[in-house]
Design a binder for this molecule. Structure first.
Ligand SMILES: [Zn+2]
Length: 205
C-alpha cells in the first residue's frame, strides 16, 4: 500500500481461495496496527469454530484473538473505539456486511476484510463481490495448485456434499488452478482421485 487516506477510514479486502494465506495476511496487517498502538478488534462468524472459539487462526498456526458474531450488524455495535476493524471469513456473513463496512469506513475506521471470493462451485461467495467493488484496496491472494504447482485461485472440494458451507479443513479441500479445478469433482466420488472424474474423462479424450 503506497499511500493511505488521512482523516477518513477506508476498506481493504483480501480475497482468495483456501490455502492462499488470506487469514495470515489479515493477521499480519492487524499485528502491525497493534505494534503501532492502534486500537484493534477482529471479528469472525461463529460458523467457523476450527482451532478455538475465540481466535482467528490460519492454517499455518498463527492466531489472533477475535470476537465471534452471528450477524454482521453486531460489528457496528461491538467495534466501539477500535481504529482498525478486522473481519475474517467474511463470505459467511450476510450481505448487510457491505453496509456495515461502509458505515465503519465513513466513521473513520480502517476496515480489513478477508474471505473466500468463490465458493466450491466457482460462484461469487456471499457479500465478497460487493465488498470488492466498495473497497479502496484489494488483494487477491493465490495459493499453489496441488496438481501442477500453478498459481491457484480455486478451492477444490474433495468430499461429496451439496452444502455451500462446509467449513474448511485440510482434508476437505485443495487449492487448484483453473486447469485442474473441477466443480463436479467431489459429486458421487467413491474414492479420492487426484482430480475429479469429469476432468479425468475430459483429459483422456
Ligand atoms: Zn494445476
Amino acid at each position: 500500500m503506497i499511500r493511505t487516506p488521512t482523516n477518513t477510514g477506508w476498506i481493504e479486502v483480501i480475497a482468495g481461495c483456501m490455502f492462499s494465506g488470506k487469514t495470515e495476511e489479515l493477521i499480519r496487517r492487524v499485528r502491525r496496527a497493534q505494534y503501532g498502538r492502534q486500537p484493534v478488534v477482529v471479528f469472525k462468524p461463529r460458523i467457523d469454530d476450527r482451532y478455538s472459539l475465540d481466535s482467528v487462526g490460519s492454517h499455518s498456526g498463527t492466531k489472533l484473538l477475535c470476537v465471534q458474531i452471528d450477524r454482521a450488524a453486531e460489528i457496528r455495535e461491538l467495534a466501539g473505539a477500535a481504529q482498525v476493524v478486522g473481519i475474517d471469513e467474511a463470505q459467511f456473513l450476510e450481505d448487510e456486511l457491505v453496509e456495515v463496512c461502509e458505515d465503519l469506513a465513513n466513521a473513520g475506521k480502517r476496515v480489513i476484510v478477508a474471505g473466500l471470493d468463490l465458493d466450491y462451485k466457482g460462484n461469487p461467495f456471499g457479500p465478497m463481490p460487493m465488498l470488492l467493488c466498495r473497497a479502496e484496496y484489494i488483494q487477491k491472494a493465490l495459493a499453489v495448485c496441488v496438481i501442477c504447482g500453478n498459481p491457484a485461485d480455486r478451492s477444490q472440494r474433495l468430499v461429496a456434499s451439496k452444502d455451500t458451507v462446509l467449513v474448511g479443513e485440510a482434508d476437505s479441500y485443495e487449492a487448484r488452478c483453473r486447469l485442474h479445478w473441477d466443480p463436479e469433482g467431489a459429486e458421487g466420488q467413491q474414492q479420492r482421485l487426484p482430480f475429479g472424474p469429469n476432468l479425468a474423462e475430459r483429459l483422456s479424450k
